[in-house]
Write a new protein. Structure first.
Length: 122
């Protein structure tokens, strides 16, 4: 879904996913090497035309927010991450993620075990 977006539009979309909602000025401040304010507003308009964002007016400012469900976006991003950095291996990606965690709680360990059990059943 987001893989096909141009780099700057993708950056804006990911910023809005992280922030939940933001004005064009807030999005611009969060960008790396940000383009002009009008360029950011243009890209926000493009993302809205593509159905990825919606906006509401708050006083004289548009506040933008992502339209897709976060779960769908997470899944798309994870597929891209696993394909790009782990040669398509979900097990390698999971192992790397577990290495980042200093200590897992009992609930997290149980959740991981359930996921492993479900994968074995498939």
């Amino acid at each position: 879904m987001i893989d096909s977006l141009p780099r700057r539009e993708r950056e804006i979309f990911e910023i809005l996913l992280r922030l939940g909602e933001a004005s064009a000025a807030e999005v611009r401040r969060a960008m790396n090497d940000a383009p002009s304010h009008s360029a950011v507003r243009t890209m926000l308009g493009r993302l809205e035309a593509k159905g990825l964002l919606s906006h509401r007016a708050e006083e004289q400012t548009y506040i933008y927010k992502p339209v897709p469900q976060p779960a769908a976006v997470r899944e798309s991003a994870l597929h891209n991450l696993v394909r790009t950095f782990f040669d398509g291996s979900a097990a390698s990606a999971a192992t790397a993620l577990l290495g980042l965690s200093k200590k897992l709680g009992p609930e997290e360990l149980d959740e991981l075990q359930r996921a492993i059990d479900r994968a074995k059943e498939r």
